[in-house]
Design a protein. Structure first.
Length: 222
């Protein structure tokens, strides 16, 4: 049986998984009901797989059966483990056929994964959701660089919103992140001593970013 070491204080674990319907047996009744409300069969299948994988991986850390985990959501929709004696922080995102899960101990994290699609109307989306500064930076780039820059900005903003649990309470056009390629951690747009943003290595055709509380973490990939 696979086992994962408990994250050290300076570590964040990143799990990259193919969405696999074989873990469907792990999901709870309320998760199945939520899945049944999704009309698109592929979206429904991937939601079920993502919840099953989440339970399987977290159960391995905690040494409990996946079905025994009690998951709840905060007011703004961020999931967490309830009725758990030790604090294991996590956040997940799935897009296309992949799932990313960030796991840390006593440290808030947020992660976002997006499949880069060439039919995405990114100029219109940027005008609706990016700040004026981000729009200026995006549309100042050469045309062939704009799509990837859009996804870098989008995933960084989403990861930050998910990490701090702000959700829709903080409009995405009210704060700025960098659009530039940057392999090193960046200060997130809140309390500057509290949050860092970092790009995450993912397969070609995807873009991902991590937001973490505290100092720059050591990233371990699984």
């Amino acid at each position: 049986m696979i086992s994962f070491p408990w994250p050290q204080a300076n570590e964040i674990h990143i799990h990259c998984c193919a969405l696999d319907s074989e873990v469907e047996r792990y999901i709870a009744p309320d998760e199945r009901q939520r899945a049944e409300r999704l009309l698109d069969p592929q979206i429904q299948s991937r939601f079920i797989a993502s919840r099953g994988l989440l339970r399987e991986i977290l159960g391995t850390y905690l040494g409990v059966p996946p079905q025994g985990l009690q998951l709840a959501v905060q007011e703004q929709g961020k999931p967490y483990l309830s009725a758990c004696a030790t604090r294991l922080d996590f956040n997940l995102s799935h897009s296309g056929s992949l799932l990313l899960l960030a796991v840390a101990a006593d440290r808030d994290v947020g992660i976002d994964l997006e499949q880069i699609r060439h039919d995405t109307p990114f100029p219109e989306m940027a005008r609706l959701t990016f700040s004026p500064q981000e729009q200026h930076e995006l549309f100042a780039l050469p045309d062939h660089q704009q799509r990837n820059a859009f996804y870098r900005c989008w995933t960084r903003k989403e990861a930050f919103l998910k990490a701090c649990g702000r959700g829709f309470s903080l409009p995405s056009h009210r704060f700025d992140v960098s659009l530039l390629e940057n392999p090193t951690p960046m200060i997130a747009p809140d309390n500057h001593s509290r949050w860092l943003l970092q790009d995450i290595s993912v397969p070609d055709g995807y873009c991902a970013a991590l937001a973490a509380q505290g100092s720059a973490p050591i990233i371990r990939y699984f």
